[in-house]
Design a protein around this ligand. Structure first.
Ligand SMILES: NC(=O)C1=CN([C@@H]2O[C@H](COP(=O)(O)OP(=O)(O)OC[C@H]3O[C@@H](n4cnc5c(N)ncnc54)[C@H](OP(=O)(O)O)[C@@H]3O)[C@@H](O)[C@H]2O)C=CC1
Ligand SMILES: CC(=O)N[C@@H](CCC(=O)OP(=O)(O)O)C(=O)O
Length: 345
């Protein structure tokens, strides 16, 4: 059994890790931290886990993290990089759900996250945890930077087009919407029910930290210069993400060939579903599952291809993807413990 520790067990991605790992056949939950809830049984805070998780939260200094085989950090940016060196030295693998090990360019990390990077050498070593595009590196990694939720949809939606060289890479547009759980569980005015409910707004239009992450990664898929306009929006739902991606076609390619590009790219992927051409995927078709769904459109048979991508921001966009990485890092089938069917309605 893989002994698992979770730092930050009381946030949304932490409790989502607990939900997934509680029924994972190869995992023994070993330590779950919270500074504020030290000593509280996990199931007292999350009754959904009664009878499934019998551990109590412990403060990070008391938790026996070095006795684990792998530790997930479901914490704010900056926490994992402070603790990763000690864990790695003790032979523990690390998966960070925050951004400490996502961006390869340190200057870009320091600019967007407004903090110095404390272990640049580990950043160089870390694998980027987008399995479908980086499987081999993740398999061999001791440390993984799990992708941001929006970047997961943007990369998986645009990768087949960029790799095939059929679009103008310099002018990509991503119009993305997230449920409110994407902002985390911490108390904030913007995510109060009466602020976010019955309301709809864009944010981060002039710059969001997921742009540099996505640009850095998309640039590895093409020799062309990549340009991206990314606008996130907050929608009044709890879970779910819908990204509408626009790209100008530069090659004469018919709709069947466009569809075939995606079907071929993802034909063996357990967690990417390419729907029939012209479909309208719904966020609820992925809710509480690790599945990401894609549909291709060609409005008026013109020269713009529109890619629709949906996922559950807390699963494929965060905790499910992190478990997919863990499975690979420990030589398991990557879908182990992740085959939940989405919840409808
Ligand atoms: N929500 C989402 O859809 C996604 C989130 N992420 C990323 O995952 C990470 C966690 O997100 P989320 O679950 O939403 O966050 P939350 O803010 O809801 O939870 C944060 C957790 O971290 C703990 N924590 C906070 N500060 C520290 C610290 N200094 N040392 C140790 N533990 C700490 C908190 O517990 P306590 O204070 O009691 O210790 C809490 O359990 C974030 O970096 C986020 O960016 C990534 C993709 C998607
Ligand atoms: C709706 C909402 O607020 N979403 C978050 C992104 C989700 C997330 O937590 O991503 P990171 O891991 O990069 O922080 C945001 O835009 O800041």
């Amino acid at each position: 059994m893989i002994k698992v520790g979770i730092v930050g067990g009381t946030g949304y991605t932490g409790v989502e890790l607990l939900r997934i790992l509680a029924t994972h056949p190869e995992v023994k939950l070993t330590a779950i931290t919270s500074r504020k809830e030290d000593g509280l049984p996990v199931a007292d805070m999350f009754p959904s886990l009664r009878g499934r998780v019998d551990l109590a939260f412990s403060s990070p200094d008391k938790a026996k993290l070095t006795e684990c085989d792998v530790v997930f950090f479901a914490t704010p940016h900056g926490v994992a990089m402070a603790q990763a060196p000690e864990l790695l030295a003790a032979g523990v693998k690390v998966i960070d759900l925050a951004a400490d090990f996502r961006l390869q360019d340190i200057a870009s990390f320091e600019k967007w996250y407004k903090m110095p990077h404390s272990c640049p050498e580990l950043l160089k070593e870390a694998a980027y945890g987008l399995v479908e595009l980086n499987r081999d590196a993740i398999r061999k990694a001791r440390i993984v930077g799990n992708p941001g939720c929006y970047p997961t949809t943007m990369q998986l939606g645009l990768a087949p087009l960029l790799k095939a060289g059929v679009i103008d890479a310099s002018h990509l547009i991503a119009d993305c919407k997230s449920g409110v759980s994407g902002a985390g569980r911490k108390a904030e005015v913007a995510t109060l029910f009466s602020e976010a409910g019955d309301n709809f707004k864009a944010y981060g239009v002039s710059g969001h930290r997921h742009s540099p992450e996505t640009l850095e990664r998309l640039s590895k898929l093409t020799a062309d210069k990549v340009g991206l306009l990314f606008t996130p929006h907050l929608v009044p739902m709890i879970r779910g993400m819908h990204s509408t991606l626009y790209a100008r076609l530069t090659k004469d390619i018919d709709n069947a060939a466009l569809q075939a590009l995606f079907e071929k790219a993802y034909k063996d992927e357990p967690f990417v579903d390419v729907m029939p051409f012209g479909s309208h995927p719904e966020t609820r078709s992925t809710r509480a599952s690790n599945m990401l769904r894609i549909a291709i459109h060609r409005p008026n048979d013109g020269d713009t291809v529109v890619v629709l991508v949906v996922q559950d921001n807390l699963v494929k966009g965060a905790s499910g993807q992190a478990v997919q990485c863990m499975n690979l890092m420990f030589g398991l089938d990557e879908s182990t413990g992740l085959m939940h069917v989405p919840i409808l309605p």
